[in-house]
Design a protein around this ligand. Structure first.
Ligand code: V47
Ligand code: SF4
Length: 381
């Protein structure tokens, strides 16, 4: 038995919590029942201590960030997810935006000679932006800036594109990969379980469809991320079902890089009546995800959604990645009420934020290759 287990076992009089901390100390996977027990009974310091133990075992103090920006081709969307503050139905498309390919390539050109490593392309599902449109976009970005990693399109966008083009998932992904797509972001996952999905995102790709697209991407050699939208009408059981499906797929493919719990924000959407989760519940969510998802290498707190101070706090609850510079290029969270209304951080600010938490800031690329270790750099920001 190691020190952490002894420490926690001496602290708790609860036999189930003791058995969970023993498993974590010995590197044994926890069950769904254990996970439910943690959600229901594990206090913040208990789950935080276990999650931090795992985080330090996997990564020490290293905390990753990257230099990235987003392109959001449109917020016009054929779907109508109840939690979405961002989209405009096609019938009201004059209220939204639609970028041409040239406008998007101009955004990429505005980063010429800047050491940015990733573009993240994500948006609404516009009925007229199809496979040909996005293949042309990918080819033009790749030709102009071959060193830039293109992470793009949620499984929701991909499912719609492929069905419209009458392509199988494999054919569609292969064509996009050939045009320059390198990895998939984690969006569109929401909550997989149909009891909840049908109520909040009933008209878009199912949980099974999302998982099939990511599995196929992994089989084609592409990596991806996974998200979970939590803190609305779901129960702990639905979160566990979601994470179990991800853990099972990861056992099969090992293609996921990062898990990103996304806190539901309630401004300007059809679910504004739902209160947002507390910061304690957010940190417990991160910690329990770190404990349960033993086969995910990384856990990310997406600072434009969570706010930079809470992202900083999450570094003590299992998180080892806080995403990137962003450069005020995404509107999804500002429109949903995040305190980060113009999300931008310089590398100096990211380094300072991580260093203030007594962690080691390391710049990574999308696939977690190390670009620069800033841990010896003096912090002034
Ligand atoms: O799928 C939409 C979420 C996601 C709200 O892979 C909301 O690195 C909270 O997936 N409150 C898209 N969340 C963004 C996304 C993402 C973001 C950053 C990094 C990565 C990555 C992926 O945004 C959607 C949905 O779950 N979302 N509205 C809302 N009101
Ligand atoms: Fe469309 Fe995505 Fe918003 Fe759903 S969450 S309405 S798919 S933009």
């Amino acid at each position: 038995m190691n020190n952490i287990t002894e420490l926690l076992m001496n602290r708790s009089t609860d036999a189930t919590l003791n058995s969970i901390s023993k498993k974590v100390g010995e590197g044994i996977r926890i069950t769904d029942e254990d996970c439910l027990y943690l959600f229901e009974n594990g206090d913040l310091s208990f789950v935080g201590t276990l999650a931090n133990f795992i985080r330090e075992k996997k990564h020490g103090d290293i905390t990753y960030f990257n230099r990235n920006f987003h392109i959001e081709p449109t917020n016009v969307c054929v779907f109508s997810c109840k939690f979405c503050s961002y989209s405009r139905l096609y019938a009201h498309k004059e209220e939204g935006w639609e970028l041409s390919i040239d406008q998007m390539v101009d955004i990429v050109k505005s980063y010429d000679n800047k050491p940015i490593t990733e573009v993240h392309i994500v948006g609404g599902v516009h009925p007229k932006m199809n496979m040909d449109y996005f293949k042309e976009l990918l080819l033009k970005i790749r030709t102009h800036r071959p060193d830039l990693h293109i992470k793009g399109f949620t499984a929701v966008e991909l499912d719609y594109m492929f069905r419209k083009a009458k392509l199988t998932v494999e054919e569609g992904l292969q064509q996009l990969k050939d045009a320059g797509l390198q990895s998939l972001p984690g969006g569109g996952a929401e909550i997989f379980h149909s009891e909840i999905r049908d109520l909040i995102a009933g008209d878009k790709v199912s949980g099974e469809g999302w998982l099939k697209i990511h599995e196929t991407a992994h089989q084609l050699g592409m990596h991806s991320n996974a998200t979970m939208l939590y803190g609305h009408i779901e129960k702990y059981e639905h979160r566990i079902d979601h994470m179990r499906k991800l853990r099972d797929l990861q056992d099969k493919t090992n293609g996921f890089n990062t898990f990103i719990p996304l806190k539901f924000r309630n401004a300007n959407n059809d679910m504004s009546y739902v209160n947002e989760s507390t910061i304690t519940e957010d940190m417990r969510m991160y910690a329990i995800a770190r404990i349960y998802l033993d086969n995910f290498p990384h856990l990310k707190a997406y600072w434009p959604m969570l706010g930079r101070q809470n992202a900083q706090l999450s570094l003590s609850f299992g998180v080892n990645d806080i995403d990137g510079t962003i450069d005020d290029s995404t509107k999804i969270y500002s429109m949903a009420g995040s305190e980060e209304q113009t999300p931008t951080m310089t590398t100096e600010q990211l380094v300072a934020l991580i260093t203030q938490s007594k962690r080691k800031p390391v710049e990574r690329d999308t696939l977690y290759n190390i670009i620069k270790d800033y841990s010896e750099t003096a912090v002034t920001a």
